[in-house]
Write a protein that binds this ligand. Structure first.
Ligand code: HEM
Length: 152
């Protein structure tokens, strides 16, 4: 009897807590699948960029590594926006250390992000929320404030 009671007490909050909160960015953006579609489209823009700009990071990369990275970024964004998703990748500092990402690289990335959100007709106030959330990672990713691609 005691075991049943303990099981009920543990299970009840799980049963009553919605997995994805109504006011979460995940919900506002249309859920995990919508986020996955948008992130994949955004990454495709990044990969197709000129080789002397952001495209330099995807020159000669193996297909499997690129797919792994894509899935991790989808997981990261789903998790950060409040979808019921576990991110098991590295932290942003370790994942980008030594890539010499500059202010200019960052600004171009945000430009691609906005363009992708435009493609999917995401309203500008919601875009601002997404850009602000992604912006919380900037200090862990950007290594210099140079106004050129890459740091010297
Ligand atoms: C500023 C431009 C960015 C560039 C050029 C860039 C590039 C990359 C590259 C090349 C990798 C693969 C690293 C590897 O395989 O070792 C990577 C991994 C990753 N990036 Fe970025 N990134 C950028 C910004 C961001 C932002 C803003 C986020 C989050 C919102 C992010 C999230 C991730 C994640 C989750 C991984 C996978 C980590 C892991 O392998 O454990 N990146 N990034």
């Amino acid at each position: 009897m005691r075991t049943i009671l303990i099981a009920l007490v543990v299970a009840m909050p799980l049963a009553t807590t919605p997995a994805i909160a109504d006011d979460s960015l995940c919900k506002k953006l249309g859920g995990g699948d919508a986020i996955s579609t948008v992130v994949k489209s955004f990454l495709s823009k990044m990969r197709k960029d000129d080789p002397d700009k952001l495209g330099r990071f995807w020159l000669y990369r193996g297909e499997d590594g690129v797919q792994r990275e894509e899935q991790l970024i989808v997981d990261f964004v789903q998790s950060a926006t409040g979808c019921d998703r576990l991110y098991v990748g590295r932290n942003m500092t370790d994942a980008h250390k030594g890539m010499k990402l500059s202010k200019k690289d960052w600004e171009r990335t945000v430009g691609f992000l906005r363009a992708t959100l435009d493609d999917y007709k995401v309203p500008s106030a919601l875009q601002d929320d997404v850009v602000a959330l992604v912006g919380t990672t900037r200090s862990q990713i950007v290594e210099c404030e140079a106004d050129r691609f890459g740091c010297p």
